[in-house]
Design a protein. Structure first.
Length: 630
């Protein structure tokens, strides 16, 4: 570098060295060439630009034939430089050593000798390849961008803050039915927004946040029809950072709205199917949280969907441990296919605690990868059916029982008949014998014993006969109170002897019963005799009558030994007795039951061992009999 205190010629020398350095290191190619077409000198940058190994190699190259890609460009260069003495910013393509083209900007002027003869040329070469490449890319980018803007099937716009469109693509014009110029003229707030307040809100959001994403609005088309739009935009700023307008996308939501509507309709339809199923349908996640609960589930189990969905666990409606067992069965292959359970007998506990019986069919629900995600169950409430089946079974049993009874009845009546005649023969003979033997005779006593035993036997035969063939006495209006009163009166003495107190309460104004008086007598007699037998060491017999216009009830209570639970269902069976052979045959209650049923009534029993028994007999009031009071 030149120093300040150096002389001018030294300064000049120094600058020549500086120029040399500049020549070598400058970023563009610098050269001097001869008129004949050889480089006389060239800097490193040019050697590199043209891809030569060394300066010497470049100097040996023939410019006329080997430098220009297009020989015409060389001719033009010579023509221009010879005419004007200089060429400025001449864009040509040079051939590199390997033959590949490179774009350059050539600026050159002529070198003369002192007689102004052309010696050659000198100049600079600027590598253009990079700039050209960039320009090409920029153009391509702009082209792509334009294509995208025009062809994207989404509305794209640029708008001013004041509410005019500055540009819009074809898709947006088509969407809204405008020609371009018409569209640029509309007032966005007034002509485009169905609700102008949406535009105000949009501006408020975009000014605040700089952008608005997925904002749902409704636009008006040119023809006045409306279209749902999803608006996404951001603000455009000037160099000072002030908002000058907006640019963004308008997506037509018509199709999506339509699909949403269809989806909603499909969902509603499915939901209606589930809701209207007569069977309870319930779905839960894998932890048992309830996700679905249809109307039948509400009715069958007493919980409303509102209080269980997302709030209650399914195990609450299962008996202890059952929820887990159901999941185990679902996952096992023993109950149908894995993931399925078919018509498995199940009981649930209703909200009010009542147990519901039925069958459960269930399935596991899997995601697309086959992982369990939920389970669904359908429960058929079989309470009514099971109740019917039970009633049917009872009726069948009763039928069987009555068949048995009928058969037994036939047999009994035959036996009774067969026995009756010889028995009367024996009885008559004994009566006869009695008259022939004196009262004091010992044999007379034996005879009397034999006679009383035959009387007992004949009494038993009478019972057996009335069991198999009840007396068919004609029915008549009967006053229950007086029938019972009569019987109690007859037994008063006997009961007193047995230390039994009788209390009776007769309701007044009871209706009459159309009945066979004899049969009713037999019924009450039997009941009272049973009560007496149940109180061997005394007690109280309470007889109460009551009634209304439809029926009369007679309650016969004792404070006796009571009936064991296991016997209570059998006391009305024929030949069921807990008494010893002498006292009981077990026909009393079964005959009573038959009589009362025959009269359209019913007998019920309540008993507690050690405390006593109450029989309640109900009989219908005869429709055409006037009521009387006792
Ligand atoms: P029997 O009196 O011949 O045994 P029933 O048909 O009248 O036949 O009675 C059947 C059974 O019912 C009796 O053996 C007895 O066990 C029971 N029973 C009936 N009435 C009473 C009562 N008031 N208290 C206790 N047990 C009774």
């Amino acid at each position: 570098m030149a120093k300040l205190n150096e002389k001018p010629e030294e300064l000049f020398k120094a600058s020549e060295a500086d120029f040399k350095s500049l020549f070598e290191h400058v970023g563009c190619g610098v050269y001097i060439s001869s008129k004949e077409g050889k480089f006389l000198t060239a800097n490193r940058a040019l050697v590199d630009m043209l891809g030569y190994e060394s300066k010497a190699e470049l100097l040996a190259m023939d410019i006329t034939h080997n430098l220009y890609v297009n020989p015409d460009d060389h001719l033009r260069f010579q023509e221009m430089i010879e005419r004007d003495g200089r060429v400025k910013d001449y864009q040509v393509e040079f051939k590199r050593k390997d033959g590949s083209p490179t774009s350059v900007l050539l600026t050159s002027h002529v070198r003369y000798d002192k007689d102004r003869n052309v010696l050659g040329y000198e100049g600079i070469v600027l590598d253009q390849s990079q700039r050209i490449q960039m320009e090409k890319e920029l153009r391509a980018f702009q082209e792509d961008f334009k294509m995208l803007f025009e062809n994207i099937p989404t509305g794209v716009f640029i708008s001013s803050k004041e509410g005019k469109f500055l540009n819009a693509n074809q898709a947006l014009l088509d969407m809204l039915g405008y020609k371009k110029q018409e569209f640029l003229d509309i007032d966005i707030t007034k002509d485009l927004y169905v609700r102008p307040e949406d535009r105000a809100k949009f501006r408020e959001m975009i000014e605040r946040d700089g952008h608005v994403t997925d904002y749902e609005v409704e636009f008006k088309r040119k023809d006045g029809s409306t279209i749902p739009i999803l608006l996404t935009a951001h603000a455009r700023y000037d160099s000072q950072g002030n908002v000058v307008g907006y640019e963004g996308l308008n997506v037509d939501l018509t199709q999506r709205k339509l699909m949403e509507k269809e989806l909603q309709e499909a969902y509603d339809f499915m939901n209606k199917i589930i809701q209207s199923s007569p069977n309870a349908i319930m779905a839960t996640d894998l932890k048992g949280n309830i996700m679905l609960w249809n109307r039948a589930a509400e009715e069958t189990l007493g919980y409303s969907a509102l209080e269980v969905i997302g709030k209650m666990n399914i195990d609450k409606i299962y008996p202890e441990g059952m929820a887990r067992k159901v999941m185990q069965m679902l996952r096992s292959s023993e109950y149908g296919n894995v993931g399925r359970l078919r018509s498995y007998p199940m009981v649930y506990v209703r909200r009010d605690g009542e147990v519901v019986e039925g069958t459960l069919s269930a399935a596991l629900i899997y995601d697309s990868k086959g992982n369990e995600i939920a389970s669904v169950g359908s429960f058929v409430d079989l309470r009514e059916r099971l109740e019917m089946e039970r009633a049917l079974r009872r009726t069948q049993e009763q039928l069987l029982q009555s068949e048995k009874l009928a058969a037994m009845g036939r047999l009994t009546s035959q036996i009774a008949h067969e026995l009756n005649n010889p028995l009367y023969g024996i009885m008559n003979t004994l009566e006869l014998l009695k008259t022939e033997i004196s009262l004091q005779s010992k044999r007379r006593k034996i005879l009397e014993m034999a006679h009383s035993e035959t009387i007992r036997l004949s009494e038993m035969l009478r019972k057996m006969l009335s069991f198999s063939k009840p007396d068919q006495e004609e029915r008549q209006p009967v006053e229950i109170n007086s029938v019972i009163d009569e019987i109690l009166l007859l037994h008063e003495k006997q009961f007193k002897e047995n230390d039994i107190k009788i209390t009776s309460t007769f309701a007044k104004g009871l209706g009459l019963v159309n009945a066979s008086k004899n049969q009713l007598r037999q019924v009450f007699l039997n009941m009272i005799a049973n009560a007496r037998d149940a109180m061997p060491s005394g007690g109280t017999l309470t007889v109460t009558t009551s009634g209304n216009s439809d029926e009369i009830s007679v309650e016969i209570s004792d404070t006796g030994i009571g009936i064991a639970d296991e016997n209570i269902s059998r006391i009305f069976d024929s030949f069921f007795t807990t008494k010893d052979e002498v006292k009981g045959v077990g026909l009393g209650l079964s005959v009573c039951y038959g009589f009362i049923k025959d009269h359209g009534g019913d007998i019920k029993v309540k008993s507690q061992v050690g405390a006593g028994t109450t029989f309640t007999i109900t009989l219908p009031v005869s429709a055409n009999a006037a009521s009387v009071s006792l």
